[in-house]
Design a protein around this ligand. Structure first.
Ligand code: FAD
Length: 299
């Protein structure tokens, strides 16, 4: 695939943004500043995460509802199987459907005991992510379902074959888009995509991009989730622990380099883990050729 237009410029890719539900009024104000700054970039959808163990059930719902009410954006609600019966999950799904949500990111979720402990499904619950996808599609065929994908394989997967079996099961259950776990080495993504396509899975596998606002914090977080932080990347942030301004410039440069390389190889859809911050994601989108709607009109 080639995304270069006749004038040699890359075609405008499709983008989506991920937010987490705010805990405090300050965080809520900050999230809405972020949403208002990013909305003119016309994302295909914006998604709102679901706290571990369902801890943000109400906050995820209220954030999604406010997005529906106050913006033209299409929200996607994350949902996990953890700590809830089928009946409880079905109720959440019905409630989303009733207010007009037509996109759910369906996940198994992390073990209740934390990452690294064994996963035990709720006795009356959806058993795994594919089971949840099937449950959602059965209740509401008009809800679009996205799922996760792991370019470095999920830490609990025995090997890549088992990992891709899981993705296949989710697709067979009705998922029509996969969004990847964050990765920093594009080779992981391309090798994974080859494996996925070889398995006959043809849905879009959208790369999840995370600009590193705070390298040390982000490294701890992503490493726990099985993402490799390459040495060359760590080296770029060396000596910048007390220099937030330079860190920000470096983070933007790194992420922009990553998405531009992906785009050159034909990737035309990106999902940004925004961490509820607009600045880096706005700059990186700009470098991908994306302009705010009002600016496009003016031009
Ligand atoms: P799954 O696809 O369910 O795979 C998990 C593991 O289970 C794999 O090892 C797989 O091989 C195995 N497995 C799956 N099905 C079967 C089966 N039938 N039989 C045997 N083994 C099986 N977490 C949250 O709590 N809230 C969120 O909002 C959230 N959003 C996320 C968004 C994205 C894009 C990504 C990539 C992850 C997100 N997560 C979220 C994290 C996710 O919940 C964890 O990574 C979790 O450990 C796995 O759930 P999953 O649906 O991603 O994985």
């Amino acid at each position: 695939a080639h995304t270069e237009g006749q004038d040699g410029h890359l075609k405008r890719p499709a983008i989506s943004f991920e937010f987490f539900p705010p805990k405090t009024e300050d965080m809520e104000r900050n999230l809405w500043e972020t949403i208002n700054r990013l909305a003119p970039l016309d994302p295909k959808f914006v998604s709102v995460t679901y706290g571990a163990g369902g801890s943000t059930r109400e906050r995820t719902h209220s954030t999604i509802s406010r997005i529906l009410k106050e913006t033209p954006l299409l929200p996607a609600a994350h949902l996990t199987c953890v700590g809830a019966s089928r009946g409880e999950i079905d109720e959440i799904v019905d409630r989303y459907h009733e207010v007009g949500v037509r996109h759910i990111v369906a996940l198994r979720g992390d073990p209740a005991g934390g990452i690294g402990t064994p996963y035990a499904s709720h006795p009356d619950g959806y058993q795994n992510s594919a089971d949840l996808v099937a449950g959602i599609k059965k209740r509401h065929a008009d809800i679009e379902v996205s799922v996760s994908a792991y370019p470095e394989k999920h830490p609990e997967s025995r090997d890549f074959d088992a990992d891709i079996d899981t993705l296949k099961a989710k697709v067979d259950a009705g998922a029509t888009r996969a969004i990847t776990q964050v990765f920093f080495d594009n080779d992981f993504y391309f090798r994974y995509l080859d494996r996925v396509r070889a398995r006959g899975i043809n849905i879009p596998v959208v790369p999840g991009i995370m600009p590193m606002h705070n390298f040390k914090q982000a490294r701890n977080f992503v490493t726990r989730n099985g993402t490799t932080v390459p040495e060359w990347l760590a080296a770029k942030f060396e000596g910048l622990d007390n220099d937030a301004e330079t860190r920000k410039l470096v983070a933007a440069t790194v992420a922009a380099g990553q998405v531009q390389k992906l785009a050159k190889h034909g990737v035309d859809t990106f999902h940004f883990y925004t961490m509820n911050r607009a600045d880096l994601v706005f700059a990186i989108s700009h470098l991908l050729g994306i302009r705010a709607k009002s600016a496009q009109k003016a031009a």
